[in-house]
Design a protein around this ligand. Sequence first.
Ligand SMILES: [Zn+2]
Length: 132
Amino acid sequence: MQEAIPLNWRKYPERYRLEGTHCEECGQDFYPKKNICPNCRRKGKLEDKQMPREGKIISYSKVKASHKDFKDETPYYVALIELKNGVTIFSQVVDSLDNEVEIGAEVEKVFRKLNDKKYGVIAYSHKFRVKK
Ligand SMILES: [Zn+2]
């Protein structure tokens, strides 16, 4: 039964491969996935598309106090990232030094474990790191 599959697994392609949608009608990409193109409405022709693996930081924040589940990881960076196709996503920035995380810094996607303590399953998600 479809409903029995945990959300983590149903969201797998979207999270793991950074899969969004592309509208053939207007040429715009979207992430997260859309069911209807916001530009073209019912005239839009949507198809699955993998988002670019690279982008740049347009805004960021250093998190020093977080939810208890992420206490081991603090402090850490979160950033608004503009991908090469213009789509913006919110993501954690890992493996990067304080002086590397800045507005305009080029970043690339990496895979990281999300949180395996609470749910007993290992969930992976996209994260980004500053390109060396
Ligand atoms: Zn469209």
